[in-house]
Ligand binder design. Structure first.
Ligand code: PMP
Length: 384
């Protein structure tokens, strides 16, 4: 039997999305593909809640989306701040530095979020504030709405790495004044890996247009892609570099499925599933890496191994039919595991994952409150 994939991306995807991948690739000039590409761009605006935003769909992963944001908005000598809550904050800082920025990383001890007062202090004279919404290494969630407001008070462009949040966490790009939201196809949007997704505000595009230096990356330059996105949205084909046709069709389909539920219902579903997992962790006497509930992600869990258990738990859970992930934080990696709970994962998958983890922990001798207590707690939370 195929194992159930419960890592923080790639995730289990809808059968309708899977079917699009098995089709023979169409020409990128095919009228059906043009329609699909145009629709996917329109659907991105709805999901990101950015009616005036400019969406980009480019073959690549989330890291390319990060680089697109930076390459187009940063010029050598600019100052940038990263509200850093883990591994991907450090990656963002590295990308910013490579494009010539002087970077201040405002951090917190693992599991926490940076203090607003520290971010405010760092923002003085700064061009760009980068915020990781949910850091997949820690399962910590930054308060994007509050941080974006601080960024704007200081005249900074606000860039949100929403790779582990878009489609799962509440995020309203335009209402919250976020200039760039970036993500990738393989997480809460429910498509396979392979697409870098960016939505840029008018302010972000104006800043890019006012650049003094050419964008250093040929492939990531908005100038390469903007005419393509505009053309496909107007249902005209245009070539810069061959689009990943099957992936774009898969994305279009996954966004259709997502929007059939609507964003509020999706966000609520992620909250409910996260609550069920949290109830299970409590029933197993496990400690979470995030330090407080207010900043704990709804899209994944990061959980310390209990005494006597180590990273071998991940393969033990795999033997029980469920794929989970080990830790990713540079200092704490071997001490915890991660479970993804994003996308339209049905409640049965939540219980399946909790059951597999409960059985695997029992095989290590960890069963603090009797057989089935974690599954019962998760079930109770799902019914509540
Ligand atoms: N940012 C965050 C928050 C992520 O979780 C990831 C991927 N796990 C990335 C960026 C990079 O995305 P990718 O692996 O698709 O390049």
């Amino acid at each position: 039997m195929r194992p159930l994939v419960m890592i923080p991306g790639p995730i289990e995807i809808d059968d309708a999305v899977v079917r699009t991948l098995g089709r023979p690739p169409k020409s990128h000039l095919d009228p059906e593909f043009i329609e699909s590409f145009g629709r996917a761009l329109e659907r991105m605006r709805e999901v990101f809640q950015a009616p005036k935003g400019q969406p980009f769909i480019v073959a690549g992963s989330g890291t390319l989306a990060m680089e697109m944001a930076v390459a187009n908005l940063i010029e050598p000598g600019d100052r940038a701040v990263v509200a850093d809550i883990g591994y991907f904050g450090a990656r963002m800082a590295d990308i910013l530095e490579r494009h010539g920025a002087t970077v201040t990383r405002v951090t917190a001890p693992a599991g926490g979020v940076p203090l607003a007062s520290d971010v405010t202090r760092a923002l003085d004279g700064c061009k760009l504030l980068a915020i990781t919404h949910v850091d997949t290494s820690t399962a910590v969630r930054n308060d994007v709405r509050a941080l974006a407001a601080l960024g704007h008070e200081h005249g900074a462009l606000v860039v949100v790495d929403g790779v582990c949040s878009v489609g799962g966490e509440e995020l309203s790009q335009e209402a919250w004044g976020v200039d760039v939201v970036l993500t990738a196809s393989q997480k809460a949007l429910g498509a396979p890996p392979g697409l870098a997704l960016v939505v840029a505000s008018e302010r972000a595009l104006a800043s890019w247009r006012a650049r003094k230096h050419k964008v250093a990356s040929y492939y990531a330059d908005f100038a390469s892609w903007l005419p393509i996105m505009q053309a496909y949205e107007a249902r005209q084909p245009k070539y810069f570099a061959t689009p990943a046709v099957n992936l774009v069709e898969a994305l279009d389909e996954s966004l259709r499925v997502l929007l059939a539920d609507g964003m509020p219902k999706r966000v609520e579903m992620h909250r409910r599933h996260a609550k069920a997992f949290r109830a299970a962790w409590k029933a197993l006497d496990l400690t979470l890496l995030p330090k407080d509930a207010e900043h704990t992600a709804h899209t994944l869990s990061a959980v310390y191994y209990p005494p006597g258990v180590d990273a071998k738990l991940v393969s033990a859970v795999r033997r029980e039919g469920v794929v989970i992930a080990g830790g990713l934080h540079p200092d704490l990696g071997p001490k915890y595991f991660r479970v993804g709970h994003m996308g339209a994962c049905p409640p049965a998958d939540v219980l399946d994952a909790v059951g597999a983890i409960e059985r695997a922990l029992a095989s290590f001798g960890h069963m603090p409150h009797g057989i089935g207590s974690a599954v019962a707690a998760a079930q109770a939370a799902l019914i509540d």
